[in-house]
Design a protein around this ligand. Sequence first.
Ligand code: PMP
Length: 997
Amino acid sequence: MRQKFGIDAKLKCLDGEFDLNFMVLETSGQKYILKVMRADCPSDLVDMQCAAIRRLEKKKLPIPKIIPSLSGTDYVVFDDEEGIPRLIWMITALDGICYANIKPQSLNFIYDLGIKSGVLNLALTDFNHPYLKRDFKWNLMQSNWIKDHLNLIKCKLRRGIISEIIDQYEIILEQAQNLPHVAIHNDLNDYNVLATSRNLGGVKVSGIIDFGDMVLNPRICELAIAGAYAVLDRDDPIDALAKLVEGYHLIYPLKVNELKMIYTFLRMRLAVSVINSTLMAVENPEDPYVTISQAPAWRFLEQQLSEGMVLAKLRIVCGFSITSNATQILTYLNEARGSFAPIFKCDLNGAPMGDLSVTGSAVPQNPFELSLDEASAIGDEIDADYWLGYWGEPRLIYTSEAFQNGVYKTANRRTVHIGIDIFASSGHKIYAPLVGVVEALENREDYLDYGGVVILRHKTPDKNTFFTLYGHLNPEILHTLSIGQTIKKGEAFCHLGAQNQNGGWAPHLHFQLALSIDEMGDNWPGVADPDQMDLWGALCPNPAALLNLLDTKTAYHPLNQNDILRGRQNHFGKNLKLSYDEPVMFLRGWGNYLFDQMGRTYLDAYNNVPHVGHSHPRIQAVVSKQLQLLNSNTRYLHPAQNKFVNLILAKMPADLNVCYFVNSGSEANELALRLARTTTGGEDIITPDHGYHGNTNAALEVSAYKFNKPNGIGCKPWIHLVDVADDYRGKYRRDDPDRAIKYANLIDDAIAQIDIRGGKLAGFIAETFPSVGGQIIPPIGYLSAVYEKIRSLGGVCIADEVQTGLGRLGDYFYGFEQQEVIPDIVVLGKPIGNGHPIGVVVTTNEIAENFANGIEYFSTFGGSTLSCCIGAEVLKIVEDENLQQNARLKGERLFEGLRKLQNCHSLIGDVRGFGLFVGVELITGECLTPATEIASFIVNRMKQERILIGVEGPFDNILKIRPPLTISNNDIDCILQNLDNSLSEAALLTDELRNII
Ligand code: PMP
């Protein structure tokens, strides 16, 4: 290295199949890869690679640079210790880790790989080199050599698969030979692609390496090879391939005839891989790795994916029409609108549209379970003989498993209706809109399926075929119709089914159009995943024309989220913040789930206000009933007030036996401070740093989390801060057995300050477990020592239990129980109203007596009849549904999982909390450096995976997991799985990993 390249460096041997590769570490920190080629390596092989890399030098591509030798050549010849001449060359080392080591492989990454492959191929269009035209087993255009080895595949089924792939390949090979040829990388497998997520923009391609397999081939070979790796072991292989092709097409546009060949070539590449490794297995029968490495390829090849669907997806992502004749069919339907025979003998133009959308309908009450009663009552409130349901409408009524894809509730679910519904009475006759031939007949008896269903095949005057589907029919069709039978235009050919015949629904016709059925396999879906609407909306467009209706009448128009965002920006204060880099809009809630307007399910692991779950049916019932009866105030007697008080006091220590009802946590803290000041005659308050107690003036004064921010109101002279008892990052840590006392002793300094300013202590206020301060659990003994000091000076101890109260901690109903103290005043808020504005102050008789000094205390809405009913119901639900116990059990599962993650992700510094009050502190390096950017990356990544968590703490580096108490084991597993994935991605941001190849 010194002699040929003038470089002094340490070498580390890396993996390589035929050649020797070394990581070169210069003392300056600069890293290179030194490549010592095999003894018989033709110089053309190195020359080709160097020439290609040189050609790509000026392109925006993450490829290595060549380090020329001292004599200025790209490679040199050097004799090894046996005197054999070796070709040696050197390139720069790139950032990132092998993409193969990253799980899961995101669609965005695959898209980026598509883009970069496009740039690469485009830049090499006029590149040529004699070595590109060699005979080579990995040349996809010369792959039928595998035919001779078919008999090595012992399993008949598998042999059949490979043989079929070869047949298909041979059919299109000649056509492929006629495509333009370009120099391609030819091995974009996930060991030759490096990844980082350094710019927090998600995982991106940071390196394309190893140009030794380059050949001159049609560019679809590049996509087929990269695609052959991208599709393996995924739930969504076609989407992965489509993303790759979409990225490529953006840079280097593809033609339809090329798209048609990609899938066959992809399968052929996998066939070559399995035959090649089977051959190797014959040579190395002892090596189990060979068979293991084949498994993902076999898993893919054994799937029965619809080739029509693959092509349709590729066409759509490249901006082509879904099928070659789609435009002609749509033009015909549009022109013939008005001339079709009426499907129902009635005026559908005058029929009202019904709203079954996520946004507009509260049916079903439980968005995961439409009851039979609900299904049969759909539209009961609409007073019309006929009414229509929208095409393109997202609905939550499709609740059977058939509509759900994946094990977690956050998984994609088919919600968007891609037909038009015509609701009418059962038994109604249905007439064919135009002549057609019966293509399929079925009775699909599952709950929420079609019941009787018929598909008719039609032809346009230009002989283009399309299809119509009629669902929820009387299953008599199985006897009255036969496949192949012609139905005349206007002929009555079936009847609307009754509820017991049509899958359980209120009688209606599901009428759908399909421009082709080649894509559908053996299933014709009537509802599509909102994220697949580009495809399904094109394949099954709005069939309004066939009903002689305008498309505008029957097309659903989703809310425009950007309009809503703009409206908010125009008319709301700028410091009213939105969560997440890309804000999200929710229209429905249920339990610990939220739904966006397209019906996508989000797992809510952040919101503690819906303590017993969003939209709890018992709360719905109480609210609805009470609003019909009365909603008044505490100046009148009402049993609901007493009931609420009794339920609160039942869980409080005996000495705390007076309640005040207010409207928020802030108002409750405001009152708590007033009580403390009135009873002591003091003004000075001691409180831990970084606390939050509310947005009103006095509450803000004790909220260092707000007042100490730039432009905050600052620390008032009568407020005295003490360190948060954070034994992970603070002054006194877990290795110090006296840390609780040492933290408590900090109160003495605060008391000294009060003396210095000549003030008088009113009391101490703290969130029992500081939440915005970082989900801190103070060491046991801390609060009792603090309370003792405060009380010895006549001060009052206020426990803000807004975050920690009501069973969230699992083992304790309130946080102060864990600290073994009894506060003088307890403040309750957010969760006690489950979304309704309620705050409660609970105190002793003595303090209440002192406060009753002649001036009336009244909060107009505090303790309203409705609030009392809701608050009481929340407490009863916690009891009836064992939610405190659920918090404990689910918390245990979560903590166990988080601790496992902590063992494999160095980013997790600490896991702490109780029950469902959880903090995960993220750090980098040994010195507890807060991983602030990474925490934000993770919260946003989790949101993309439809899981809501938050970030907290003075350095914004603590993940806050604080779900409604209804969360299930499956949800906990979902959080853990996704956190594991996001942490793996985030690890690519850290310095230790960044430079390992
Ligand atoms: N105290 C604590 C501990 C809180 O977390 C909050 C709100 N996040 C409040 C008081 C204030 O409650 P509200 O927003 O209902 O006024």
